[in-house]
Design a protein around this ligand. Structure first.
Ligand code: G3I
Length: 348
């Protein structure tokens, strides 16, 4: 019998995994991994905007209700992912209700955003512990994501209060969520920040500005889709510290450790040696998380999938190329990376 991950690493932060609906079926082997090793759950897709409200006013509750029941029965927390995103959002949000060939107005989009957020957060008040209120609002090229980087939110809503700042939709999203559940942990979530580069600096500037306006942001979520080769843990530490210095917590929301260093690499065999190298990488990352957890500034760490058989990286960015980024292998067997976390003395 192997130790429970959460009993060992989950001392100072929630230890979570992203799942699809099949893991909620108690007969399913993934379900057993989930309840044994984790105490927090994120839906990989079924709480996104297109899943929750595919048509205006028609909310789909069945899957999330099931998740809530499962979490209650197994004494687990839920991270709600996500209330607002530019991807997996139905197009009706952005079109005129009477003429789909015309864009929605600012007022229409704001009203829809408020309804979407508050209807969902109110229903799951006290049941969903943490919300990714907005996801991926920073553009890779700098500044806020806009039409050129596939988001209509900023362009349509823009500067509502006329103070020359166009991040009002983000501020309002957080205020609407807070109004609906005063106790939920509210997170701004993004990828590609852990390398401590421009994207992180844009996020820091944005959060600093929003906090100065009294926006109820509790934490910045680092997705952390990283690789075995980078970024260097020193840079990751610096990135976390910049956020912590703003007075908010950091969370790791979608961790996986790819065996590839670039999108152009061809599929590699998953050797024992490679898996051992990955184990050391997981260990150094969790040494940092543990340290921040003890300081009380990291309250949640989530891996983006239970086992290598379900990783999103098999379909992206190079379709068909198999990856092996998680703690359990394709047969759901604990990998060296798992052992590195529960018992580092197993590392040679
Ligand atoms: O369910 C359908 C299936 O019926 C259909 O036959 C098939 C054909 O393509 O698609 C299936 O849906 C796919 C879905 O995953 C379920 O597997 C979608 O095409 C695919 O786009 C979707 O990918 C998800 C992706 O977000 C979409 O943006 C991944 O599962 C999910 O892991 C990923 O998660 C994101 C986070 O939300 C945000 N951060 C990045 C992270 C990784 O991309």
């Amino acid at each position: 019998d192997i130790p429970n991950l959460v009993d060992i690493v989950g001392q100072n932060y929630a230890m979570g995994a992203a799942i699809n609906q099949s893991a909620l079926d108690a007969e399913n082997q993934h379900s057993q991994l989930l309840t044994k090793h984790f105490n927090s759950i994120t839906a990989d897709n079924f709480m996104k905007m297109d899943a929750m409200q595919p048509k205006e006013g028609e909310f789909v509750w069945s899957e999330t209700d099931r998740l809530v029941k499962f979490a209650e029965a197994n004494d687990m927390e839920i991270r709600g992912h996500t209330l607002l995103w530019h991807s997996q959002v139905p197009n009706w949000f952005f079109t005129d209700p009477n003429d789909a060939s015309k864009p929605a107005t600012r007022e229409q989009l704001l009203a829809r955003m408020k309804t979407h957020i508050q209807t969902i957060v109110t229903r799951y008040k006290g049941k969903v512990h943490t919300w990714d209120v907005v996801n991926e609002v920073i553009s890779d090229g700098g500044g806020l994501r806009n039409e050129a980087s596939n988001s209509k939110w900023r362009d349509i809503i823009g500067d509502v209060d006329g103070d020359g700042d166009d991040s009002d939709y983000i501020e309002l999203a957080f205020r609407y969520a807070r109004e609906a559940d005063p106790d939920a942990v509210l997170v701004i979530n993004d990828y590609g920040m852990e390398g401590n580069g421009n994207k992180l600096n844009d996020m820091v500037k944005l959060v600093e500005k929003l906090l100065a306006k009294g926006t109820p942001i509790d934490a910045v979520g680092f997705q952390m889709h990283v690789s075995m080769y980078g970024p260097d843990v020193k840079l990751i530490r610096e990135a976390f510290e910049k956020v912590i210095a703003l007075g908010v917590n950091v969370q790791v929301t979608e961790l996986d450790v790819s065996i590839y260093s670039s999108n152009s690499e061809l599929e590699m065999p998953v050797t024992d040696e490679l898996m051992l190298q990955q184990a050391y990488r997981y260990r150094e990352l969790f040494d940092l998380f543990d340290e921040l957890g003890k300081r009380g500034v990291m309250d949640s760490v989530t891996v983006w999938g239970l086992a290598d058989d379900g990783t999103w990286l098999d379909n992206h960015p190079v379709k068909g190329r198999k990856d092996a980024p998680l703690l359990f292998d394709r047969k759901l067997k604990a990998k060296p990376a798992f052992w590195a976390l529960v018992d580092p003395t197993t590392l040679p």
